[in-house]
Ligand binder design. Structure first.
Ligand code: PMP
Ligand code: GLN
Length: 385
């Protein structure tokens, strides 16, 4: 986590957002929307602050939000969740991930299976928890794990299988066969599943299938989500974790010493959001799908080969035609502002040192931006030669 001289290393998102700010380039790097979310949610937060909802929330979260999360799980997925025993509000999905790993890893021999490339905090938190990371490769362009890779990775040493579906950075949504395979392997080797489903409402042309709905999964699965993605409130850091009461209790035991509680006035506001109409939830997926299409067209017109994502904010493109001799996607992204006035994220940032070479020509672009911003970025990228 530290550089050669013991200095803290900025995350790739912090580095690339700073690069965009310094150069004035269009930021298709860090995944955050450039428009506000629903007015009803923003108004509810203002109202909560104005009416004095500003002190510590209860440790598990405000009852109104716990109940809204349980109702949401029933409404969208038919899942029965006890709001007061099987839900925990966290400081974003980031804290839920950290607290789950710290709670559930108990020995340095424990292994955590992750799909690589992976969201950057996964490897950092596995390291903080003192476990061993076992990557399962996802390969361009479809990013579906090969059954034999998965079978090889999950063993009796596996404590946790850490899933992310829809997947950051690839935009992939796992097939039904992959989901089923993950659950059967977890059962066979008595592993816990932690599944990060923060992009649950950003799936295109299909409905999201939570892993915990697969028969046999619910009793061993913790599911993580975040209001940041669904309500365009990434700065509020309201996330949650749902699952069996004993596993949620273990996560709460850690969370209470990380942040204790978080975001009191934002919690009732997110409860309002979770109760918005079906049109709201369908609308955010449709609008993002249109942006994905616009970005994909722009990238193809510029000369990239593109993997078409089925969910999430992101599109992965192969930048091989634009790489100079010896350059990788990290070099390409660091030079992209001066070459074309655009910022993107290299996939090498989401891979372990041993496997970085596999991703050395791939770049992640974020589509969660206004259409005029995507169009302008596309026009700029067409000037690349
Ligand atoms: N998991 C994934 C896959 C993400 O993409 C992100 C954020 N972009 C997070 C977790 C973190 O979510 P939060 O901001 O709610 O902490
Ligand atoms: N999750 C966002 C992304 O993948 C960024 C979050 C962060 O900056 N840590 O771009």
């Amino acid at each position: 986590l530290l550089g050669p001289a013991g200095e803290p290393q900025p995350t790739i998102f912090a580095e690339m957002t700073a690069l965009a700010a310094r150069t004035g380039a269009i930021n298709l790097g860090q995944g955050f929307p450039d428009e506000d979310g629903p007015a009803a949610v923003l108004d509810a937060a203002r109202e909560a602050i104005a009416s004095g909802v500003n002190q510590y929330a209860p440790g598990r979260g405000m009852p109104v939000l716990l109940e809204a999360i349980a109702t949401h799980q029933q409404r969208f997925y038919g899942l029965q969740v006890d709001p007061h025993r099987e839900v925990l509000v966290t400081a974003g999905a980031t804290e839920a991930l950290a607290a789950a790993l710290l709670a559930l890893v108990t020995s340095p021999d424990d292994e955590v299976v992750v799909f690589e490339p992976y969201y950057d905090s996964y490897a950092a938190c596995v390291a903080l928890a003192g476990a061993r990371l076992v990557p399962v490769p996802l390969r361009f362009p479809d990013f579906e794990p090969a059954p034999e890779d998965l079978e090889r990775a999950v063993t009796d040493r596996t404590r946790l299988i850490l899933v992310n579906d829809p997947h950051n950075p690839t935009g992939a949504v796992f097939s039904a066969a992959t989901r089923e395979r993950i659950v059967r392997l977890a059962e066979r080797h008595d592993a816990v599943i932690v599944t990060d489903e923060v992009y649950e409402h950003l799936v295109f042309d299909a409905s999201h299938v939570p892993l915990s709905t697969i028969p046999g999964a619910a009793e061993r699965t913790l599911t993580i989500s975040s209001a940041g993605k669904t309500f365009s409130t990434t700065g509020w850091k309201i996330g949650w974790i749902t699952g069996p009461a004993d596993l949620v209790d273990a996560v709460l035991a850690v969370k209470q010493f990380l942040t204790y509680t978080n975001g009191t006035p934002f919690q009732p506001a997110i409860a309002v959001g979770l109760g918005l109409s079906d049109d709201y939830f369908a609308g955010i997926a449709t609008r993002l799908r249109d942006k994905r299409d616009l970005l994909g067209e722009g990238l193809r017109a510029a000369g990239f080969t593109v993997s078409v994502p089925t969910g999430s904010y992101f599109t992965v493109a192969d930048a091989t035609p634009f790489l100079a001799e010896g350059e990788d996607s990290g070099d390409f992204c660091r030079r992209l502002p001066e070459r074309a006035g655009v910022v993107a994220i290299p996939l090498t940032a989401f891979a372990s040192a041993d496997h970085r070479a596999e991703y050395s020509s791939l770049v992640r672009f974020a589509a969660c931006k206004r259409t005029e911003v995507i169009s302008e970025a596309s026009a700029r990228l067409r000037t690349l030669v």
